[in-house]
Design a protein around this ligand. Sequence first.
Ligand code: FAD
Length: 258
Amino acid sequence: STQEPWRPFDRSRVYMADLESALHHSLRVELAVQSVIKGDSMIALKSYISVLAKYFPGRPVVMNLLKSLNSWLKNQTVDQISYKAFKENVDNTAQVPDAALPEGVRWVGCQGSQPHFRGYPCGVWTLFHVLTVQASNTGDSDPQEVLTAMRNYIHSFFGCRYCADHFENMARESLEVVNTLPSSVLWLWSRHNRVNNRIAGDLSEDPYFPKIQWPSPEVCPSCHMLKDNGEHGWNENQVLTFLGSYFSSSRILLDYLE
Ligand code: FAD
C-alpha cells in the first residue's frame, strides 16, 4: 500500500499544512477539470482568488504567489481564460521572486484513518472558517464577501456535486440575512453543523472522526446551554469567541511544512 505514515497532531489546532494542501488541490487539481474558465466560473474564480489574496493568513512566499495570481487575474480583460494560462501563474513560471505554492498534499489535522476519508473536503471547510474569521478581524470588510466567494467557488468548481447542490440550497435560503462580520462567521459554523447532522453515520464518515455538533461540550463547555424548555441551545457569543480563537491566524501551527 502507498498509505503514508500517520502524522501525530493536536485535534484542537489548525495546521497550515492542511490549508496549503487544500490550496494545492483546489488550484492544481479541482480547477484543472475545466480547460476553459468563463462566464460564472470566471467570476467565481476571480472573487475566490481575491479573497485568498486578502485574507489567507499564509507564509510570505505563499502570499506573494496569491497576490501575483490575483493581479494577473484582475488584469485579464477577456471574459475567459484557459486553465493552462492560470496554471502557469500558480506554478509561477514567470518566476516572480519569493513566490510559490508548494506542490502536493500533506494532510495533518485533516488526515483520514484511510486514504479515501477526509483530506480535501476537510481542508475546504477549514480554509473557509479561517477566511471568515480573518475577514471578521479586519473589521471593515463586506460581511458577505468571503461567504459569497465560497458559495460561488463551490457552485462552479467543487468536485462533489451533490455537496455543492446542498450548499447552494442553504446559501439561497439564508445567506442574504448575513449583514455583520460576526454573523458571517456564525453562518458558516451553523451551516457546517447542519451538514454534519445530515451526514452523520454515512459511509463517507471516517469512524475515527465521527460527525458531531461542533464544538463538543468537552472542548467548549460554555458554548452549550439548556434553553428554558429544556432543549439544547448554543450560546452564540461563546461560540463566536471560541471560533475566533480556534481559527485565528496566530494559533495556526506550522508543523509538517517543507
Ligand atoms: P469536516 O466536516 O470536513 O470538518 C473539518 C474540521 O472542521 C473538523 O475536523 C472540525 O475540526 C471542524 N468542524 C467541524 N464542524 C464544524 C463547524 N460546525 N464549524 C467549524 N468547524 C467545524 N459530504 C457528504 O457526504 N454530503 C454532503 O452533502 C456534503 N456537503 C459538503 C459541502 C461542503 C461545502 C463541503 C466543503 C463538504 C461537504 N461534504 C459533504 C464533505 C463533508 O462535510 C466532510 O468535509 C467530509 O466528510 C470530511 O469530514 P471530516 O471528518 O474531515 O470533518
